[in-house]
Design a protein around this ligand. Structure first.
Ligand code: GDP
Ligand code: MG
Length: 170
């Protein structure tokens, strides 16, 4: 039979890592070279069919700046899934991503599906974070890992699809 599943999903990560761009690519199939930075948070929804289940993602795209940090729990509390985004050309953004993972491990849902997205994978010539390092970190911390590009669309649908497959079925 056919089942519907609603899943609250939050994107966390450094400002500029490409959270909004990943959402825009997933929801609208678009990319903007000059994506405006997010104020507070923005909400989107998108459905995805996986096997015999239609997953309706309720997506919270957060701002990422330190001054909005205190708001983050509102968005990750009760979330079934999180995508922690860093920029492969920025070691600082990877450090920041690890801080978000720690916070979610302490304060988030115990059974939250967590994905680590190494975004801007199209900028190989500017890479600062290797895929090996990120994959090892993800494996140690119970996340799954993909490198993505909101610009070329590489792995963008795939990461949402993989999350949908891993969500606990009602
Ligand atoms: P956010 O602050 O995490 O929401 O990041 P944005 O989505 O606003 O993106 C910040 C900047 O990076 C924008 O200028 C985007 O066009 C650019 N950007 C986002 N994703 C990619 C990507 O995959 N590749 C490249 N080359 N640029 C990207
Ligand atoms: Mg944004």
């Amino acid at each position: 039979g056919h089942n519907n599943l609603n899943a609250k999903l939050v994107l966390l990560g450094d400002m500029g890592a490409g959270k909004s761009s990943l959402v825009l690519r997933f929801v609208k199939g678009q990319f903007l070279e000059f994506q405006e930075s997010t104020i507070g948070a923005a909400f989107f929804s998108q459905t995805l069919a996986v096997d015999d289940v239609t997953v309706k993602f309720e997506i919270w795209d957060t701002a990422g700046q330190e001054r909005y940090h205190s708001l983050a729990p509102m968005y990750y509390r009760g979330a079934a899934a999180a995508i922690i985004v860093y920029d492969i050309t920025s070691a600082d953004s990877f450090t920041r991503a690890k801080k978000w993972v720690q916070e979610l491990q302490k304060q988030g849902n115990a059974n939250m599906v967590m994905a680590l997205a190494g975004n801007k994978a199209d900028l190989e010539e500017k890479r600062k974070v290797t895929a090996e390092e990120a994959r090892a970190y993800a494996d140690e911390n119970g996340l799954f890992f993909m490198e993505t590009s909101a610009k070329t669309a590489a792995n963008v649908n795939d990461i949402f699809h993989e999350i949908a497959k891993r969500l606990p079925r009602a």
